[in-house]
Design a protein. Structure first.
Length: 76
């Protein structure tokens, strides 16, 4: 998933991009971290990990839930 798509989805829950791979919202931050690519036959599949952090579960859980729905194949 391209970083722009992830940042757009984070904006839907109040996030504001602070870099090409980071966003911040009320009570949470999110960081997109690159993982090693995987080779599948002749294709190379890029992978990333989205880390969402915050001290108040009541603020972080809705962001996490939204991203789980938004990032499934086909956009939920």
């Amino acid at each position: 998933m391209r970083a722009e798509v992830v940042l757009r989805a984070l904006a839907q829950v109040g996030g504001e991009a602070i870099s090409e791979t980071q966003a911040r919202g009320r009570g949470w931050t999110a960081q997109l971290e690159p993982l090693d690519s995987v080779r599948l036959g002749v294709m190379v599949i890029s992978r990333s990990l989205l880390v969402i952090e915050g001290e108040d579960d009541g603020l972080v859980t809705p962001v996490y839930d939204h991203m789980r729905r938004s990032m499934v194949r086909g956009g939920g």
